[in-house]
Design a protein around this ligand. Structure first.
Ligand code: 13P
Ligand code: SF4
Length: 312
């Protein structure tokens, strides 16, 4: 009885939050952008859901004055860099990306000094200060194209060693890698894929390039989260094992109710992505918090690296 009552109350609260968010969004002239790993209820109130590349492109083109960014800190920073005249809010200021924090601007400077003359490409999962030290930026959906377009056979790549190794295997370039990684994708092991393949023998395996090389070897397709969303609409396959953060399964199922998506590993959950809740989105709009603003000088330099990527 108590359980039913509690569930009823929380449903009511959710509805109240949604209504208030919609009302405040209009009053503030705000748009809500959400990453594919966000909680289902946050994806549901978003105006646009996407991968890192899609979200940064969207941030650059929106007309609204305020962007509520439901994702992690480096993504909100990218939005602030590309839309310097907008107010960018992140509902939880502690929602960071541990991989992005694996290299600091100082470490990047020292690393570059060790390898003079080599161009530097950084994954978008890096802080604005690190981007400001780089020549090019890339995301998981365009990394190979960016590396191929860089006019050098030796390139420094940071911070993700797994994405870096994967790109190196797909191009003729020599990549010198920083040893960062995403702890969520690193949790996914070959044995998880093999177990799931046993359970669902007809299923294809799609993996994010942040996964370990041994996992990528077992995958039928290697895709960014945006790539998975697109491929899910196109494929004739009815069963797919998804090797990435589990939050994307919500969107895949919602958009493709006739197909089955299974997480490769149920515990591959990014706790930072999950820090954003409906209640925090509401508070963010109410109190206009937490503002993410990249200092002008850093933003200008970081923007050069992002612009070079967008041009490619
Ligand atoms: P995508 O650009 O593929 O959405 O990846 C972002 C990310 O944080 C993966 O862990
Ligand atoms: Fe960072 Fe990994 Fe979380 Fe993506 S899933 S935001 S790379 S910690």
């Amino acid at each position: 009885m108590l359980i039913f009552f509690t569930l009823g109350v929380s449903k009511l609260k959710t509805q109240e939050y949604i209504e208030e968010i919609i009302k405040l969004k209009k009053e503030r002239n705000a748009i809500i952008l959400a990453h594919n790993y966000q909680r289902g209820e946050v994806q549901d109130i978003a105006d646009y859901i996407g991968d890192s590349l899609g979200l940064s492109q969207k941030a650059a083109e929106v007309n609204e004055k305020v962007i509520v960014f439901c994702g992690v800190h480096f993504m909100a920073e990218t939005a602030s860099i590309l839309a310097p005249n907008k107010t960018v809010l992140i509902p939880d200021i502690t929602a960071g990306c541990p991989m992005a924090d694996m290299i600091s601007a100082q470490e990047m400077k020292e690393w570059k000094n060790k390898y003079p003359g080599r161009p530097v490409v950084c994954y978008i999962n890096s802080t604005a200060e690190v981007k400001a030290e780089c020549d090019f930026c890339c995301t998981s959906s365009n990394a190979i194209r960016v590396i191929e377009a860089v006019n050098s056979n030796e390139i420094l790549f940071a911070p993700d060693q797994y994405l870096g190794s994967y790109i190196a295997s797909q191009t003729n370039k020599k990549l010198i890698l920083w040893d960062g990684y995403c702890y969520v994708h690193r949790m996914i092991l070959p044995k998880h894929i093999l177990e799931k393949k046993k359970e669902f023998p007809e299923a294809e395996v799609w993996a994010h390039p942040e996964c370990r090389g041994e996992v990528l070897e077992l995958a039928d397709k290697i895709l960014s989260t945006g790539g998975m969303v697109k491929q899910a609409r196109l494929t004739d396959k009815k069963e797919i094992i998804i090797a990435t953060e589990t939050g994307i399964i919500y969107r895949l199922k919602k958009e493709n109710p006739d197909k089955n998506f299974y997480p490769a590993y149920e515990y591959a959950i990014c706790s930072n992505m999950k820090k954003i809740t409906l209640r925090k989105v509401l508070d963010s709009l109410k109190e206009m918090k937490f503002v993410v603003k990249v200092p002008e000088e850093t933003a200008e330099k970081a923007k050069d690296a992002i612009d070079r990527m967008i041009r490619i």
